[in-house]
Write a new protein. Sequence first.
Length: 284
Amino acid sequence: MNKLLFIVFAAFSAACSDTTPLPADPQATPETRALYRNLFRIADEGVMFGHQDDALYGHDWKYEEGRSDVRECCGDYPAVFGWELGGLETGADRSIDDVPFAEITRLLCAAYGRGAVNTVSWHPQNPESGASAWDGKTSTAVSSILPGGANHAQFRLWLDRLAGFFVGLKSADGTCAPVLFRPFHEHTGSGFWWGEAQCTPDEYKALWRFTVEYLRDVKGVHNLLYVYSPDLYRDAEHYTERYPGDEWVDVLGLDAYHRPQDWDFLSGGERMLSDLAAIGTRTR
């Protein structure tokens, strides 16, 4: 996943107006609440640099203990580690990036132990076709996994497997490592089966809310902060068109590739980040 990912902590979506911000999960673990508070605290201090799969592979190496391209170039590990859980929903032991989930668990917890922030994306397969997340040929995949849909039981099983992974993220002292979870990301584009052309705004909101509610209230997963992370967007109205509500979101994010054929990276990125900061100040 060679991409530049923005997660703009200065523009928290679910920002409480008082000095003790609380996450969308009222039962969030103390460590998760501490992470949320700290993200607010450092928001005005600068940018946290992150790297996807930093501890797993790099330039001319793979699965070498302790290695990191960022560390070897800059002298330290990145502040943010990105991980991918696509494939977990099928019961596979490796992600779609061919990384064992056991290794992701171990290295994610090690990063947390060093004080890093962990963010997790998930590219689940198309529930109707069984093809990859990038199979967006139909417009009924999302509706099929909502309550009452033909694939709803299957989706609950997927979430059961996700829940098992998240509650298994045990640090050295036995606590669960907190995670920034970005489900159903880049939805302002149409590259995935949950994208803009593949479902309605109401269907997307229902999918998000069910996912949060099931993980949080049914499965008892309390170490997640939920990140709403669209792809490129035109304006604030486009960004928030499928926003599920402040009570379901902790962080406003943005996924953006450097695609010169589609947009100007510098001016477009500056516009979107500026808009995002303004949106963040208006929520809650």
